[in-house]
Design a binder for this molecule. Structure first.
Ligand SMILES: NC(=O)c1ccc[n+]([C@@H]2O[C@H](COP(=O)([O-])OP(=O)(O)OC[C@H]3O[C@@H](n4cnc5c(N)ncnc54)[C@H](OP(=O)(O)O)[C@@H]3O)[C@@H](O)[C@H]2O)c1
Length: 257
């Protein structure tokens, strides 16, 4: 069986790592994003077939799904404003060119996923679909961030009968050494986790927003390894919470970190 992976958002923070991990595990990789190939100076591994298209518009990508055996959807926004260029985070090209236009939670987190999911289900040969959702780990964020994720999850998980195995991954905060700004935040999350789970103070914090915020931060490359492993293992399906991702992504030492 051919192992050809279609990564929606393969130029993004998570998508890039998924592409790199999949290539290292012998997959052929196709990446879809609105800008296609990343800028030349980007640290993208060679061997990816870059496709320019919009996940909201199947006519721009449906033909590229043919011959693929699995899909990863790695598109989403944390805020409905163009925070990424300011913080030098992630997908910046569109935001730079269109500073007043940011996607809504509904479009970015839910509709892009359902558009790709429905197109994938109608494409013969696709047997697994991983959706990048999120843990409810950020108190104070607009609740539509998580509700739109949960809406997409609901449709994708219900579609199991269609022959495409759904995997929903719910990471909390992600860190990586190639994005230094994430490292002190991850350290703060770790300290909060100790306070909540390993000190007497923790009893007072149970059920509080701080308990949510103590959801363990994950190494972005461990997440990518977990996703690629999940796609390769027909027994993995349904929702992967932070602990499942950590276990699955750390199990196989052959994975690259
Ligand atoms: N980063 C975290 O800490 C974190 C934590 C938990 C969950 N997540 C989830 O992980 C996923 C990926 O996050 P990320 O941080 O990697 O985001 P990112 O860096 O902003 O990457 C988003 C990717 O999606 C592409 N994209 C955006 N809109 C598109 C569209 N309409 N059609 C096709 N491609 C599109 C972007 O490229 P173009 O701009 O060129 O289209 C880019 O490749 C999201 O669902 C996010 O909610 C992230």
């Amino acid at each position: 069986m051919s192992r050809r992976l279609f990564v929606v958002g393969g130029t993004g923070f998570v998508g890039q790592a998924v592409c790199r991990q999949a290539l290292a595990q012998g997959w052929a990789v196709v990446s879809l994003s609105r800008h296609g190939a990343p800028p030349r100076q980007a640290n993208a591994p060679p061997g990816i077939h870059w496709v320019r298209g919009d996940a909201l518009n199947p006519s721009t990508f449906a033909a590229h799904l043919h011959g693929c055996s699995a899909v990863v959807h790695s598109v989403g926004v944390l805020l409905e404003s163009n925070y990424k260029p300011l913080a030098n985070l992630g997908s910046t090209q569109a935001a730079r060119q269109n500073p007043t236009q940011a996607a809504s939670y509904e479009q970015a987190n839910r509709d892009t996923a359902l558009s790709v999911w429905r197109t994938a289900c109608a494409t013969p040969g696709i047997n697994a679909f991983a959706y990048l959702s999120a843990a409810d780990a950020l108190p104070g964020l607009d609740p539509r961030y998580i509700s739109t994720k949960r809406e997409a999850e609901g449709v994708i998980l219900k579609g199991q009968g269609e022959g495409v195995r759904p995997v929903v991954v719910r990471p909390g905060f992600l860190y990586s050494s190639d994005r230094p700004v994430t490292l002190p935040i991850a350290a703060a999350v770790r300290m909060l986790g100790v306070a909540v789970h390993r000190t007497p103070l923790g009893c007072l914090l149970k059920g509080s927003p701080l308990e949510k915020a103590a959801t363990p931060a994950l190494n972005r490359d461990v997440l990518a390894a977990a996703i690629v492993r999940a796609l390769d293992d027909p027994h993995v399906k349904g929702i992967l919470e932070v602990a499942d991702i950590q276990r699955l992504g750390s199990e196989n030492k052959k994975f690259i970190y």
